[in-house]
Design a protein around this ligand. Structure first.
Ligand code: AMP
Ligand code: MG
Length: 419
């Protein structure tokens, strides 16, 4: 356990007593409980929430056999083998307004997309293939029996498992649940996450910056990252580097939240003080992680609540959040998700130290050749937030990887997901 209790700093270059990103993630995931409390909420509030139980379809979707196109509903028996067919139009069927008479041989019904197929019909000839002459239509051979018709239950069949428990509800799922008639849905309760910044040098926005002070940006980054995860957020403000202040905020946070996140105070020179306070209230490992940026990380529990002590540097906060905290919160939410990584050709050459994972701010784009290309962007210092804003991805260079040459394939983690 020595290896996971050593102190760390961003500047430290020795990797021998470090934990790999994968090991740290595994340690973290192993120790976290999955929340088991559920609640019913209105469907329109369910975006980003995690399904607590599987959804079984209570009905067929679509409920009725209906037309997929605007055209004429006919019976397949009336399709000509060769030449031209003439049929009598005996009425119209609209979405929401069905044609209720029976259709017989030689007859057809004008039909709109989504309208229920009239009794006796099974095929739709699209209007573009039809010549209208008064109350008659003419069309040529070549149409296929059963075409342009959506069968009942074609999308979802009654009794079918539509969504598994653990599914994150995205816009498609909200629509799917609505299409089945659900007004409410059973989801896991929201995680409650408390966070605060530490540092005597921090000044809150809206106040005048004093000599040697910096504005507290981490709390805004953290707030933004947490908002995306549909958790309840408790902003505990700025905490000074004082024993009592830290003790107090940790106690308050632990009383209200499932997870506590702090930034700052976990690198060499600061750990003695934070270590003392944290060890009084819980069990915390002070890790040195073989990664750049985001090397120091504290993880453990404070009064039974999961605790993450993120580094202070603004980019390190974001990298550590996305690599460790976000997967941890996902695990606790009980949701299943995909970690989207893909390969792109590197337009930059750069040095890479063996034995640590590096997250490089970069931009990917599609080349004219159709290949994905990626270019390192901006200054890579762990305090330089601007390049985080300019970037649209991380190039993720795994621990065993050495220097990257221009044209090499590298792994890319995109910042933006589509849904
Ligand atoms: P620390 O890990 O507390 O030594 O902080 C490392 C660096 O990050 C220092 O330069 C801090 O001033 C800076 N820093 C720490 N917390 C914040 C914050 N909340 N907002 C902006 N910068 C911060
Ligand atoms: Mg500090």
């Amino acid at each position: 356990m020595n290896a996971i209790q050593t102190q760390a700093s961003c500047a430290d270059s020795s990797e021998s007593d470090s934990l790999s990103v994968e090991e740290a993630l595994q340690h973290i995931q192993m120790q976290l409980p999955v929340i088991d409390t559920c609640e019913y909420i209105p469907l329109h509030e369910a975006l980003g929430r995690v399904l607590a139980a599987p959804i079984i379809s209570p009905r067929n979707v679509p409920a009725h056999v209906n037309s997929a196109m605007d055209g004429y509903a006919i019976m397949a028996a009336d399709l000509p083998a060769t030449g031209v067919q003439t049929l009598e139009v005996i009425g119209s069927a609209w979405a929401g307004k069905s044609f209720t008479d029976i259709v017989r041989r030689g007859q057809c019904v004008r039909i709109m997309t989504g309208a229920v197929m009239p009794v006796g019909t099974d095929t739709v000839v699209i209007q573009e293939h039809v010549e209208v002459q008064g109350a008659q239509i003419r069309f040529m051979a070549g149409e296929k029996a059963g075409q342009n018709v959506r069968q009942a239950g074609e999308d979802l069949a009654i009794g079918q498992v539509v969504l598994e428990a653990g599914k994150y509800l995205n816009p498609a799922e909200l629509g799917l649940l609505a299409s089945l008639g659900f007004a409410e849905v059973q989801v896991k309760r929201r995680l409650r996450v408390a966070f605060f910044s530490t540092g005597d040098e921090l000044c809150s926005v809206g106040q005048t910056l004093g000599a040697g002070q910096v504005y507290d940006s981490n709390r805004y980054t953290l707030y933004g990252m947490l908002q995306r995860l549909a958790v309840d957020i408790l902003d505990m403000g700025v905490v000074r580097d004082q024993h009592e202040a830290l003790q107090q905020v940790l106690n308050t946070a632990a009383a209200q939240a499932d997870v506590i996140i702090s930034s700052g105070g976990v690198s060499v020179g600061e750990t003695d003080f934070t270590k003392q306070v944290l060890s009084e209230l819980g069990q915390i490992h002070f890790w040195k992680i073989a990664m750049k940026p985001g090397r120091p990380l504290a993880f453990g529990s404070v009064q039974g609540r999961a605790f993450f002590g993120l580094p202070g540097n603004p980019v390190a906060v974001m990298v550590a959040f996305y690599q460790f905290v976000q997967p941890a919160l996902r695990k606790m939410q009980g949701g299943t998700y995909e970690n989207l990584l893909f390969k792109a050709r590197s337009l930059s050459a750069f040095k890479k130290k063996l034995g640590r994972t590096e997250f490089i701010r970069a931009r990917f784009e599609k080349a004219e050749s159709g290949e994905w290309q990626v270019q390192r962007i901006g200054e890579q210092g762990s305090g330089i937030l601007r390049s985080m804003s300019e970037a649209n991805c991380f190039i993720v260079l795994p621990s065993p990887q050495g220097d990257v040459a221009q044209g090499d394939w590298v792994e890319v983690q995109a910042f933006v997901g589509l849904v």
